[in-house]
Design a protein around this ligand. Structure first.
Ligand SMILES: Nc1ncnc2c1ncn2[C@@H]1O[C@H](COP(=O)(O)OP(=O)(O)OP(=O)(O)O)[C@@H](O)[C@H]1O
Length: 257
């Protein structure tokens, strides 16, 4: 197992954002985390990357207990994420944004360029080469010198993924990557995530776009009011009465309305 979530709970004051949630993700899987607004999905990402510590329970990554480890250590171990709200450096080029992502892995800091040694220059060149490769992967190489803020919305979301990949993750967490995308952008996002999987990277994705989730994911866990309601293949989830009642049925009603 790449990631094991073991009886994890998180309370914020009186709010039980997560209650005793467990699931495990296998190497190479695309695993979906779905559920209504406020179900605790982003909180789970925040616990895995230790923005917050769980109130109880354990998070194990490649057989190592990472609960409470500093966020940058977790990145070094090989977990990287994107955010629900785009968090790019808007005034930096696409290329530089990806290079910054790679710096979490390199020995020198981002702004330590005053006394640049030969080794640092070489490292910088390698970061740039790697960033260019990633921009090719996400289809943004031609836009590498554009400021992030001048990219279209779907392109910004792809740039975020490239930046996360720059830290060479073994596990990539994607928080609503298709939010705000049109159908064409969502289709190419599907292709991109499949390519990421084919490179041996395990993916955990939070997403509200159900056709995408059902097409993309190998397995899915459904959260509802902080608890795990169900887990299974897309087919099993789509046919689970409790899930239809709590979530999927409501999505359809919203679409009809
Ligand atoms: N930092 C925080 N402080 C207090 N309460 C929080 C905090 N973060 C999340 N919560 C609460 O925890 C619950 C779960 O929120 P969370 O953002 O994890 O849900 P979600 O499933 O990601 O929802 P959405 O689909 O809307 O993004 C909510 O009741 C939310 O208000």
């Amino acid at each position: 197992m790449v990631l094991e979530i073991k009886n994890v709970s998180k309370n914020f004051g009186g709010i039980h954002a997560l209650r005793n949630v467990s699931f495990s993700i296998k190497q190479g899987e695309i695993y979906g985390l779905i559920g209504p607004n406020g179900a605790g999905k982003t909180t789970m990402f925040n616990l895995i990357t230790n923005i917050f510590e769980p109130s109880s329970g354990e998070i194990v990554f490649n057989d190592e207990n990472i609960t409470g480890l500093k966020s940058h250590k977790i990145t070094e171990k090989g977990i990287c994420r994107t955010y629900q709200n785009i968090r790019l450096f808007s005034q930096m080029s696409a290329l530089k944004n990806v290079m910054v992502g790679g710096h979490s892995r390199s020995s020198s800091g981002v702004f330590s360029s005053v006394f640049r040694t030969k080794a640092q220059r070489k490292e910088e060149q390698e970061l740039e080469k790697n960033a260019e490769e990633l921009l090719k992967l996400v289809g943004l190489f031609e836009n590498k010198d554009l400021l992030a803020e001048n990219l279209a919305y779907g392109q910004q979301r792809r740039l975020e993924i490239a930046r996360a990949l720059a830290s060479k993750p073994k596990l990539l967490l994607l928080d609503e990557p298709a939010a705000g995308m049109n159908e064409k952008e969502t289709d190419s996002l599907y292709d991109l995530i499949k390519i990421i999987q084919s490179k041996g990277i395990t993916v955990l994705i939070i997403e509200h776009d159900m056709p995408l989730v059902m097409k993309l994911c190998d397995r899915i866990a459904v959260l509802n009011f902080g608890e795990k309601l169900a887990e299974g293949t897309p087919y099993e989830i789509q046919n689970n009465e409790a899930v239809i009642e709590a979530y999927l049925g409501k999505e359809e009603e919203e679409e009809i309305a």
